[in-house]
Design a protein around this ligand. Structure first.
Ligand code: NAD
Length: 484
């Protein structure tokens, strides 16, 4: 596929998921057609070929799903915690059994390399269900002895970059706390959520406890419009722009809201760092999942004295990346998720060059069909440049320099976002001091993009509020004391 020193023979994944030609909405434990009979094709972004036809929910369908969740709530919320745990453990094990199939489907529908969906997404999905299954009968311990009560019906809206993982991050804590759910996957990646619906059926989750609504922004708006009118909590992961619109529509309803939004995260490399290790961290920080990562290390700050050496090492490493078929086990960088996202990334690539940054990119040939973007490094970037300020959500890193730790902190924090940050140094005192001074929900030291179901994840400023994972993540799915 590209001119690496080693030629790799194709290593195509052989498993194919058991797919139906069309999918309805998952409401009240059954797959049903959308009332208006509307549907859309979901495609494979690496080939542009349709995979399946999926129902397009209207507001009537969303209301039906919320009704189903309301009806299921009284019984589910009073189900013995150990019984809820049994079901969540069963779901976790069944996902684990079907993980190869789910990983292939995730790569087919989303464009991500199979080695990532197989080794990163699916293990984390399973871990989230196992972790939260464990909390079901121990919730009072998470809240200092108080008896937490479920919130009610949760409206959950998720993006396309980690479709099944985002579904797990939303559903597992909500169910563990005794809530019922209406979940809407993103319009370009509905399939793994629908396969999860089949798994929930297989595992005997009571009807209506989880409802899955497919469709676009209108279906999402229909969920938030029911805040306070059947929906008791809204959890949203997606862009900052949509997050702000949702915050406005939910304001004044008394309904709890959590927002997991965008980022423009700094990855800071000191000259004393183990440079080759840091190169690997930068590679994972920006080229993992084609850079479609909310916490991507898209602003790379290198200490000035190490800049030329580090950029040379990074470029050499970038040229080894294999870009192409997501279902080839050797592929490092797959397809961009959609044509629209590729157009957005291309606008940023043009802005980077127009504003005077120097572009280095992978020189391999790209497949003829599908949506592809070469992993790219921009050097000579100024903090005022568009590519240093705005979230690109693609495989593009903007390189800047600093001379002192103070300058690194000041430049890194000079952003409207605050989701994650990375620091690379051999000096432990410096690493700890930096982590205290960086305004980010997560700070990784000598690593990047590490996630764990027991560790809270979330942002500050325009990256949103609320946490997912760990004890902190449970808090938004319970009521403690006498309040709502
Ligand atoms: P998006 O905001 O366009 O869409 C997200 C979801 O919201 C989709 O399901 C979409 O159909 C729905 N939606 C769109 N408009 C809506 C509206 N007005 N009301 C209700 N729902 C609406 O985001 P995207 O392009 O799918 O995802 C990319 C964004 O998600 C990036 O900004 C990324 O940083 C962010 N993200 C954040 C995290 C995090 O944990 N902080 C994780 C993953 C992705």
């Amino acid at each position: 596929m590209n001119s690496t020193p080693f030629a790799y023979a194709p290593a195509p994944e052989s498993v194919r998921p058991a797919l139906k030609p069309s999918y309805g909405l998952f409401i009240g434990g059954r797959f049903v057609a959308a009332k208006a009979g509307r549907s859309f094709k979901t495609i494979n972004p690496a080939t542009e070929e349709p995979i399946a036809e999926v129902a397009d929910a209207g507001s009537h369908d969303v209301a039906r799903a919320v009704d189903a969740a309301r009806k299921a709530f009284p019984k589910w919320s009073k189900t013995r915690p150990a019984e809820r745990a049994k079901l969540l453990f069963r779901i976790a094990r069944r996902i684990q059994e079907r993980s190869r199939e789910l990983a292939v489907l995730e790569s087919m529908n989303g464009g991500k390399p199979i080695k990532e969906s197989r080794d990163e997404d699916l293990p984390l999905v399973v871990q989230h269900f196992f972790h939260h299954a464990g909390w079901c009968d121990k919730l009072p311990y998470a809240f200092a002895g108080a008896q937490p009560r479920p919130v009610g019906v949760c409206g959950q809206i998720i993006p396309w970059n980690f479709p099944l993982m985002m579904a797990a991050w939303k559903l597992a804590p909500a169910l563990a706390c005794g809530n019922t759910c209406v979940l809407k996957p993103a319009e370009t990646t509905p399939l793994t959520a629908l396969m999860l619906a089949e798994i929930l059926q297989e595992c005997g989750l009571p009807d209506g406890v989880v409802n899955i609504i497919t469709g676009g922004p209108d279906a999402g708006r229909a969920i938030t419009a029911l805040a306070g009118k059947g929906v008791d909590k809204i959890a949203f992961t997606g862009s900052t722009e949509v997050g702000k619109a949702i915050a406005k529509s939910v304001a004044g309803t008394g309904v709890g809201l959590t927002l997991e939004l965008g980022g423009k995260s700094p990855n800071i490399v000191f000259a004393d760092a183990a440079l080759d290790q840091a190169v690997e961290g930068v590679v994972s920080g920006i080229w993992f999942n084609q850079g479609h990562v909310c916490c991507a290390g898209s602003r790379l700050f290198i200490e000035e004295s190490a800049h030329d050496d580090f950029v040379a090492r990074l470029e050499r490493r970038m040229q080894q990346l294999r870009v192409g078929d997501p279902l080839d086990k050797n592929t490092d960088v797959g397809a961009v998720n959609s044509k629209a996202q590729l157009e957005t990334i291309n606008r940023y690539l043009k802005a980077g060059s127009d504003e005077g940054a120097a572009k280095l990119e992978v020189s391999c040939a790209l497949p003829k069909k599908g949506f592809w973007c070469r992993p790219t490094i921009f050097t000579g970037v100024q903090p005022s440049h568009t590519i240093a300020r705005e979230e690109i959500f693609g495989p593009v890193v903007s390189v800047m320099t600093f001379r002192t730790p103070d300058e690194a902190v000041q430049r890194a924090n000079n952003t409207t976002y605050g989701l994650s940050a990375g620091v690379w140094t051999e000096k432990a005192a410096r690493a700890l001091e930096m982590s205290n001074r960086l305004h980010a929900g997560v700070v990784w030291l000598n690593t990047f993009n590490r996630f764990d179901a027991s560790a809270p994840f979330g942002g500050y400023k325009e990256s949103g509020f609320g946490r997912e994972g760990g004890r902190q993540g449970l808090a938004s799915y319970v009521k403690v004391g006498g309040g709502r």
